[in-house]
Design a protein around this ligand. Sequence first.
Ligand code: BTN
Length: 282
Amino acid sequence: MSRRTETPFWNPDTLQSLLPTRIVGRQLIVFNRITSTNDFLKRAARRGAATGSVVLADEQTAGRGRLQRPWQSPAGKGLWFSVLLRPQLAPEKLGMISLAVAAVVAEVFSKFCRQEFQVKWPNDVLFESRKVCGILCETQIVQDEIEAIIAGIGVNVSQQPQEFPGELRDRATSLEQICGHPVDRQHLLLELLAALEKNLFGNLRSKLVLLKAAWCSRCRDFGQHLTVTQAPMDKLKRITTGVFEGIGDSGELILRLSNGTLQFFSAGEITLAREGWSPSSP
Ligand code: BTN
């Protein structure tokens, strides 16, 4: 009886030889199929994996998004990878990291596709209100210090509309649909890793100031009347409505309430209050 063998899409040796980086991806682990690259890298981080380590998979069988949502990660259709950062950063600045990653990714996509991409608080990259990339940053803090940040990045590269589950179909898109032609996943991955190294390694504190400005310039929601839902998966969810005033120094969303006071949110989900519509949240 013959056993069907799968030819892995990602070849770690080829990738290593093409990497334009000195830190990011120098330790690279590649899977044909894995539960979640974030889960794998979290365990590796606890065992001392080096900063810049990357875990990449062609398919995730239990990919995770924010708020414990599943993240669809079919084989051959996207970039599903995680990068380990070990920054010297105060834990209260953590919220800035997913914004920073989103700003970097949106910039790479904009150059790659020659189209303008937007960001949505806290962790989405959008094109014309449809989500094309989600970012899941998870942290290990030891004695009040950041030990590791696992930045998980999921990019929809080549799905056709009918390939997204029904509930996501009009809220998600892929780079291939946006560009109108096939996208070379390897080329895109190398661009992303290079941009992540340039922007998120070495003197991160000052880079975060620039990345916050870059994020704000791609956000279309300022001045909008928004609803922020905290603990959206919970029966006890809290809903607050107000006008999106800005982003705090730690990446918090600042909402002006109807009584004029400002409220800061470090987690939650936003929807446009008037239309009751949200482009994020797969
Ligand atoms: C979100 O939008 O809620 C975040 C989605 C993050 C998905 C990526 S894919 C690679 C990494 N591994 C995971 O299990 N999740 C992240």
